[in-house]
Structures are given as C-alpha cells and as structure tokens.
Write a new protein. Structure first.
Length: 212
C-alpha cells in the first residue's frame, strides 16, 4: 500500500441476499414434500436435470402452513431491511425440486417476480450448494490472483438444512451436479406485490388494480 495515499474501495450497489434458519422441526413437512407427485423437466436430458413437483402452488397446501408463515415473515424482514417497503409481497408460484445423483439445476432467473426464495428441506455438506452468477454485461476475464466481491463472476453459497434464502429474482443461479447418493430437496417460490408500483409524478405508475 502506498504510504501517502488514503484509499477507500466502496461497493456501490451490492446484491441483497437474506439467509434465515427455520428453528422448528419440519419432519412432517419433509415427509409431505417427499411423497407428492414430481414431473421431469428439460425434455430429453432428464437424467442430468432435477425433477420438479407437478403442483406449482405448494405453499397453498395446509400441510405446509407453518413453512408458509415462516416464509411470509422472512419476506417482511427482507422488504423492510432492503427496500424500506412496508407493503406485503405475495407468494405467487411455489414448487419443490429434487435432484438425485448426477442431476443438476440449469442456470436461470425467475421472470415476473420481484424476489425469489429457496427453502432447503433436505440438505447437508455433501450435497451441492447454490451458485450465483454476476450480470453477464461484465464480461472481462482477467488472470486474477485472488478473488473478491469486485472481481468474481460466480458466488458459491453453502446452505444448510432448514435454511431459507431470499434474493432478487433477476439474480442468475444454478446448482452443480449432485455427487451424493442422497437426494437434494428444496422448495422455490416467486413473489409479486398486490399494491400499485411506481408513482404518478415520475410517470412510472403501474396501477395493478386496473389490470384485473
Ligand atoms: Fe431458481
């Protein structure tokens, strides 16, 4: 470090990801998630990709009410801490994902959603983490000595059983192939607001009630 320089590296627009642990027992909910109907996705390459619950409104089920209440409280915390937005985010679709040995989740974002989340029903240190990708518009590939928040293009987040993560729906993510004999089981969901968006004065007003 130069002796006479006073340096400060400021991270201008960080990506907010909230992690919250569910402290209650969820054995019954796990049993429910394991026994619902699943469908294959991704056409012919199904052996390489995760399977998905046929029901994509799972959090409407009374068997998952406790988990839903926990997720809704966590969404309120996210809105308050990140956006300083007091209105409620509504859970739209919610579905379960299972990946067996050799299966992965393709890289994707969640369109038509404000924030998305994942609750981990069956997870341990031998199962693959979730991997986030930086916006593709920053496409420099340098020979980097040490990775940090400024120069990394991916972020691997280890997650625990019973953990909930909430992040912007535009943040691209994927899951590497499962090398364990155990199934990786998670539940994903999307959200939107019930209230109008924007403001009349700035010409960004989106009156959702008029769209119904
Ligand atoms: Fe996802």
């Amino acid at each position: 470090m130069e002796k006479n320089f006073k340096l400060e590296l400021i991270q201008l627009f960080p990506t907010p990801l909230l992690s919250i642990k569910y402290e209650e027992n969820f054995d019954e909910e796990l049993k429910f998630i394991k026994n619902i109907d699943y469908k294959r996705i991704n056409g012919d390459q199904t052996e390489y990709f995760n399977i998905q619950s046929s029901d994509t409104f799972l959090l409407d089920k009374k068997d998952l009410l406790n988990i839903r209440v926990f997720i809704e409280k966590s969404l309120e915390i996210y809105c308050k801490e990140v956006y300083h937005y007091s209105s409620k985010l509504i859970i739209t679709q919610s579905w379960a994902n299972k990946s067996g040995k050799g299966q992965k989740h393709h890289s994707h974002i969640h369109p038509n959603s404000i924030v998305s989340g994942v609750f981990y029903f069956q997870m341990d240190e031998n199962l693959p983490p979730i991997q986030f990708k930086r916006d593709a518009s920053d496409n420099l590939s340098l020979d980097i000595d040490k990775f940090n928040n400024f120069n990394s293009s991916t972020f691997i987040l280890p997650v625990k059983n019973g953990e909930l993560i909430i992040f912007p729906s535009t943040l691209e993510h994927s899951v590497p192939p499962n090398t364990s004999d155990k199934e990786r089981i998670s539940l994903s969901f999307n959200t939107f607001t019930q209230n109008s968006l924007g403001s009349i004065d700035s010409l960004t007003y989106l009156p959702l009630q008029r769209c119904l």
